[in-house]
Structures are given as structure tokens and as C-alpha cells.
Design a protein around this ligand. Structure first.
Ligand SMILES: NC(=O)c1ccc[n+]([C@@H]2O[C@H](COP(=O)([O-])OP(=O)(O)OC[C@H]3O[C@@H](n4cnc5c(N)ncnc54)[C@H](O)[C@@H]3O)[C@@H](O)[C@H]2O)c1
Length: 244
């Protein structure tokens, strides 16, 4: 039997680099998956919820809508994220507002609505995609690091508070992953993404930055019964590369 046979999952940021890989891996392992992203036609899942995670009303309804469409909710993956570059003196109010809304407020609201649903069903698993850059201070990304640190803390707090309800809440903390988020960051700075990725590969002890599937595999592990004794963990997936 596939490890997620009969399980129902909701994944945010489902059209992005890591999100697509998470959806594919959950589906390959037997789950029925609802994906959320800004453009519904970009979502390759069993069902698509198109919407903007900065809109509280959309987010407040998302778990309920997914639960009704899927017939229940066993797994939530808070994967959507936004990276705004810069030191604090370069950050705008818009950088702050948008980063908090997508990276912190949306996962906060989704956890808040999913936990009672999962508790009523006897348990579930939530996996948040934080970042190594939320555990350690990465350079020139003050707002991003701050919001990922908040998500890491939310994971630890909720992981502890809701374990007694059979809900396991953990986070994956990647270092650099080869996705549109990373590549558009290079483009914005006028760099060639292909050669910038090759340079980054050389900085990783394992010899390459992560591919989305490297992260999705760990997400699926945390969502599965193989991780049945893990609650509130921040799992670094970094190829041996520290943040510096
Ligand atoms: N790529 C990396 O190097 C890296 C490293 C560590 C952590 N992460 C985290 O992994 C997660 C996935 O990132 P990715 O690299 O796949 O990025 P990505 O840009 O490829 O995907 C992010 C997805 O989130 C969606 N999203 C963003 N804002 C949204 C909004 N307001 N409403 C609805 N959807 C929205 C985007 O449309 C996109 O599809 C993020 O939380 C990111 O912070 C990425």
C-alpha cells in the first residue's frame, strides 16, 4: 500500500518550484492533493484553489473549502513563500507587509483552521517550509530571515501544543534550492542564473544546491508515519552547507 493511501493533503505555493515537487510526491505516494496558488491553471494537483494568500478572507476559508472538496484533511503543507532582498535600511513597508502576510500570517491562519479539523479526526500532520535563513542570520535578507524565523518558532510552539491531539507539526529548513525564487533573484541582480547556480553548486559540500525533489522527499517523510515521533522539529536540508 502507498504510504499516503486514503490521505487528503493541502499544499500552498503548489505552482512553484518546491510546491510542484511536493504535490507530485504526495500524489505518487497515493494522497489526494489540493493545491493553492495565485494562478489556478498553473497548479498540477487533483484540485486547484486559486487565490491570494495575502487576503485574509481567502485564507480563512481555504482549509474549510479544501476539507469539503477532499472529504477531510490529513496533511497541510505551508510551502508558499516570498523572498524580498535587502538590509533593514533598504526594506520598504511593502516588503515588510507582503513578507509577513505570505510567510507568517497565511501559515498562522491555515494552522489555526487546520488544527481543529485534524484534532476532530484524531490527528494529522503539518509541514511548514521555513528556511536555514530563519534559523541563522543570512546576509542582506533581514525581512525574509525574520519572517522565516517566525515560521520556525510557530512550528516549535504549535508542535509542542498540539502533539497531544495526535497532530505532528514540523518544518523543513532548506538552504539554496534551484527554483524560480532563486533564479529570479539572480536575474533581478543582473546575473546569469545558470552560471550563478553553477557558482553556488561549488559552495555546497555535497557539490550542488538542492533540487525541489530533495526538499519534497523530506516533506513527505515528515508528513508520513515514518516520522511518527517527530513534533516541532526544524529539519535542515542543506547539503552540508552552513549559512554564512
Ligand atoms: N528556493 C530556495 O532557495 C528556498 C530556500 C529555503 C526556503 N525556501 C522556501 O521554500 C518555499 C517554496 O519556495 P520556492 O523556491 O519553490 O519558490 P517559488 O517562487 O518557485 O514558489 C513559491 C510559490 O508561492 C506562491 N505564492 C507566493 N505568494 C503568494 C500569494 N500571495 N498567494 C498565493 N501564492 C503565493 C507563488 O506563486 C509560487 O508559486 C518558500 O516558502 C521559500 O521561502 C526556498
Amino acid at each position: 500500500m502507498s504510504k499516503f493511501e486514503g490521505k487528503r493533503a493541502l499544499v500552498t505555493g503548489a505552482a512553484g518550484g518546491i510546491g510542484r515537487a511536493i504535490v507530485a510526491s504526495l500524489k505518487d505516494n497515493g494522497a489526494v492533493v489540493a493545491g493553492c496558488d495565485r494562478v489556478g491553471s498553473d497548479i498540477v494537483a487533483d484540485m486547484a484553489f486559486e487565490g491570494d494568500l495575502t487576503e485574509a478572507g481567502f485564507v480563512e476559508q481555504l482549509v474549510q473549502n479544501a476539507r469539503e472538496a477532499l472529504g477531510g484533511l490529513d496533511i497541510l503543507v505551508n510551502n508558499a513563500g516570498l523572498m524580498r532582498r535587502g538590509t533593514i535600511t533598504e526594506a520598504t513597508d511593502d516588503d515588510l507587509r507582503m513578507s509577513l502576510a505570505v510567510n507568517v500570517e497565511a501559515p498562522f491562519r491555515l494552522c489555526r483552521s487546520a488544527i481543529p479539523v485534524m484534532a476532530a479526526a484524531g490527528g494529522g500532520a503539518i509541514v511548514n517550509i521555513a528556511s536555514c535563513w530563519g534559523k541563522y542570520p543570512g546576509p542582506d535578507h533581514a525581512v525574509y530571515c525574520m519572517t522565516k524565523a517566525a515560521l520556525a518558532s510557530l512550528t516549535q510552539c504549535t508542535g509542542r501544543d498540539h502533539a497531544h491531539q495526535g497532530i505532528r507539526i514540523n518544518a523543513v529548513c532548506p538552504n539554496e534550492v534551484d527554483t524560480p525564487m532563486l533564479r529570479t533573484g539572480f536575474e533581478t541582480r543582473g546575473l546569469d542564473p545558470a552560471s550563478a547556480v553553477r557558482d553556488l553548486d561549488r559552495s555546497v559540500p555535497l557539490g550542488r544546491i538542492a533540487q525541489p525533489e530533495d526538499i519534497a522527499d523530506v516533506v513527505c517523510f515528515l508528513a508520513s508515519s515514518a516520522a511518527r515521533y517527530m513534533c516541532g522539529a526544524l529539519v535542515e536540508v542543506n547539503g552540508g552547507k552552513p549559512v554564512y
